[in-house]
Design a protein around this ligand. Structure first.
Ligand code: 13P
Ligand code: SF4
Length: 367
């Protein structure tokens, strides 16, 4: 007989200390049946419980490799979907708070991408499948990954975007890159593609707001989406800081705008940012353009080596959706699992999972 679900109302009022104790207790009861995967942006009081941590690419690989019955994902919704798609049928991916979405992922949806594909067919006078490779950033819903799988396309992450775009352009003359225009633009820029050959597709306008000539000239069509956290970082922040610390080093995530990326000494994924600063010589000074939880963690970790790590923006920029996975939701999830009740499972329907898996498998093979 299945146990009754423990009501979240009994957990919401727990103090962090109480919730931590209950997480420890539930984990001891679950043992190896549950594995906790945490993204680098996860808040510190949850991150400390992680079995495994990483950027999106690493977490996707880890989800495919784990043997645990329950994959408890402390990240956002699309990451738990990837875990479900890549894990075995007898495993369950769980997101402790279903409201932990990604605002950038929500900037593209299947209806809009299908409309875009139809409009491109009309402008090009042929099926876009002959001319355009759809590339979705992993920060997207499973049905968009499935769309890519069905149209000879692929998934990318911030780590492997350059390789994936090479692959895509070697197959067809153009790329439709969604939903993050900034990652797409930076990737194209690094490949030497001129800005006038990268056109922004606004999904709320007919033909993306582009003329047939602009579409014809474009090698990369950049979906008009962005991350609200990373758009807070501005090139003026870097210039002011460099004036004060001319020997300082700047590192940014490729979701930042092109000017910020161009002015940075290093650009890469969250894992790359962490590894680059960790491996840097002692007594170096860093300005970092990515989410605050990761920057705060790095600042603490680097202190003993005399490295200074500073956040790029003067205002607080956190991933407010990932932040929703707090100790109370984690305690609630784990106690339910220990009591035999699965809460918040993420299950991608098989007709979406299969083509999405194909697009993810292509990515994993290439990277
Ligand atoms: P990473 O793959 O670099 O961890 O990026 C994920 C993300 O959502 C950044 O905002
Ligand atoms: Fe999405 Fe931005 Fe949060 Fe990353 S930081 S998960 S892109 S909202």
């Amino acid at each position: 007989m299945q146990a009754a679900e423990l009501d979240f109302a009994r957990f919401g009022a727990l103090s962090v200390v109480e919730a931590q104790a209950r997480i420890h207790d539930a984990r001891a009861r679950l043992g190896k049946r549950a594995v906790l995967l945490c993204h680098h942006y996860q808040r510190a009081d949850v991150y400390r419980h992680a079995d495994l941590t990483g950027d999106s690419l690493r977490l996707a690989r880890l989800a495919a490799q784990t043997d645990a019955e329950f994959i408890v994902f402390c990240g956002v919704h699309f990451m738990a979907e990837v875990a479900d798609i890549l894990s075995r049928p007898e495993q369950t991916a769980i997101l402790p708070d279903l409201a932990a979405g990604c605002s950038m992922a929500d900037m593209a949806n299947l209806a809009k991408v299908e409309r875009c594909w139809r409009e491109l067919a009309a402008v090009l006078g042929t099926s876009p499948d002959e001319k355009i490779t759809p590339v979705t950033y992993i920060n997207s819903a499973a049905d968009l990954k499935a769309f890519c799988g069905e149209h000879g396309g692929i998934v990318c992450t911030s780590t492997n975007a350059p390789k994936i775009v090479d692959w895509a352009l070697a197959r067809r003359e153009k790329v439709l890159f969604f939903p993050d225009q900034h990652l797409g633009r930076w990737t194209g820029f690094k490949k030497g593609i001129a800005l006038e050959h990268m056109a922004v597709w606004d999904p709320d306008l007919e033909n993306g707001g582009l003329s047939p000539e602009e579409i014809g000239k474009a090698r990369i069509l950049l979906w008009k989406g962005h991350c609200s956290v990373h758009q807070m970082f501005q090139v003026e922040h870097i210039r002011r800081w460099r004036a004060q610390y001319p020997d300082g080093l700047v590192i940014s995530h490729p979701e930042c705008n092109l000017d910020v990326c161009r002015e940075s000494d290093y650009v890469g994924s969250t894992e790359y940012i962490r590894d680059t600063i960790t491996d840097a010589p002692t007594n170096t000074r860093w300005l970092v353009g990515t989410e605050l939880n990761l920057v705060n963690r790095l600042a603490e970790l680097m202190k003993p080596q005399g490295k200074t790590v500073q956040f790029m923006a003067p205002m607080v920029c956190m991933c407010s959706t990932m932040q929703r996975i707090d100790t109370q939701h984690l305690a609630w999830t784990l106690e339910n699992l220990a009591a035999g009740q699965v809460v918040n499972p993420i299950r991608v329907p098989p007709d979406e999972a299969e083509p999405a898996r194909a697009a993810l498998a292509r990515m994993l093979e290439i990277s």
